[in-house]
Design a protein around this ligand. Structure first.
Ligand SMILES: NC(=O)c1ccc[n+]([C@@H]2O[C@H](COP(=O)([O-])OP(=O)(O)OC[C@H]3O[C@@H](n4cnc5c(N)ncnc54)[C@H](O)[C@@H]3O)[C@@H](O)[C@H]2O)c1
Ligand SMILES: [Zn+2]
Length: 349
């Protein structure tokens, strides 16, 4: 899949991790820093390192502890120190080997070290392969909120090795499927129907998702308008994640609930049919994602979070709704009563 952006286009390729060297056109002795975490490096880092060393690159590794809480400026600082001490220049290279946490952090470090050094993404979670590694959004978290510090900075290459998903916990795989289903809902009716037939993860499925995201990013790299449709299900999803202090749901699980809520709202304002609402719920269920809320949420807290959300423009909550499967509508006129109803729908059906 090619991502066409004016002066920084790049390819998303599907191949084995140890084949990466074939796609590099860097001179021998180039320094390469592989950023990963201990578990992923143990599983996939050694083979990558070996294949690059074999091609006479100077390969370094730096593992960061796993988990969202380490996606911080503090961890970035440690990586800057490592790069400076090892005299990395702008001609050298960073490789992010891991999920979205490693990818976002490495991309952010790459965007700022010496005002920008080349980086490559090797995403190893389903979420990273279909979403976070594509599009060039990089970020770290701040105490006051997630992803508040960051940059738009595109990688020079994304390499997807589907077989890395074999070791991914089932729950993480399902969470990634939420974003896969999202692409069908927002952009491609046929793809959605195919998913209803099978949710098996093939290179075709991954490429389709990357293609849909790439086309949207190409038209709106910096999220001025169109890119917003990628936030389908995220307005309420994000509020649910935050309301439970990011301790209860994986991102994709909250997005699954958010997609149902947004579809419900769409139906209530006369957009999508009830039949299609039920198809969406059924597919989410098939992906082993939650379709209902089973605890007592605090609506006022959820409302506050939504009001504070950085994606809100001009005081009104912007909702990505759907007219029919494959077709989105942006609306700023959704009442709080309807938001409340959609949460009740998630709780009581
Ligand atoms: N930049 C973007 O556009 C974008 C989009 C969506 C999400 N994100 C970010 O992505 C992050 C979430 O990413 P994620 O869902 O990949 O989570 P993650 O990076 O935390 O990875 C999830 C877990 O799976 C483990 N893991 C990764 N690959 C594995 C493998 N192949 N086998 C076994 N275990 C493996 C990790 O060690 C980790 O414990 C969040 O920080 C979110 O903000 C960014
Ligand atoms: Zn998401």
């Amino acid at each position: 899949v090619k991502v066409n952006l004016k002066d920084h286009s790049y390819h998303i390729i599907f191949d084995r991790i140890d084949q990466l060297d074939q796609y590099l056109n860097k001179p021998q002795k180039t320094k390469i820093l592989i950023i990963s975490n201990p578990k992923i490096f143990r599983l996939y880092g050694q083979q990558l390192k070996r294949s690059l060393k074999y091609k006479k690159y100077q390969v370094f590794e730096k593992n960061i502890p796993a988990g969202e809480i380490h996606k911080t400026l503090n961890t970035a600082e440690q990586l800057y120190s490592f790069l400076i001490k090892n005299r990395f220049t702008r001609r050298d290279l960073i490789i992010a080997l891991g999920g979205g946490v490693v990818g976002d952090l490495s991309g952010f470090v790459a965007s700022t070290y010496l005002r920008g050094i080349e980086y490559i993404q090797i995403p190893t979670t389903l979420l990273a392969q279909v979403d976070s590694s594509v599009g060039g959004k990089t970020a770290v978290n701040h105490q006051l909120g997630k992803n508040l510090i960051g940059a738009f900075y595109q990688p020079s290459l994304v390499l997807i090795d589907r077989t890395t998903l074999n070791t991914l916990p089932k729950r993480e795989l399902s969470a990634g499927l939420a974003e896969v289903i999202k692409y069908g809902i927002i952009k491609d009716k046929r793809f959605f129907s195919k998913l209803e037939e099978s949710l098996a993860i093939t290179n075709n499925l991954l490429a389709k998702c990357c293609f849909i995201k790439a086309k949207i990013v190409e038209k709106d790299e910096k999220e001025n308008n169109l890119r917003m449709i990628l936030n389908f299900g995220h307005t309420i999803g994000h509020a649910l994640e935050a309301e439970t202090n990011y301790q209860y749901y994986l991102h994709g699980e909250a997005v699954a609930l958010g997609m149902i809520a947004a579809t419900y709202i769409s139906n209530q304002v006369g957009l999508i049919t009830e039949i299609d609402l039920n198809r969406i719920i059924a597919l989410i269920k098939k992906a082993k994602l939650p379709t209902s809320i089973n605890y007592d949420y605090d609506f006022h807290k959820i409302k506050k979070i939504m009001e504070k959300d950085k994606k809100i423009s001009s005081g009104q909550v912007t909702f990505v709704l759907i007219d029919s499967i494959g077709k989105t509508v942006i609306r700023n006129d959704i009442s709080w009563q309807l938001v409340k109803d959609s949460l009740r729908f998630l709780k009581y059906g």
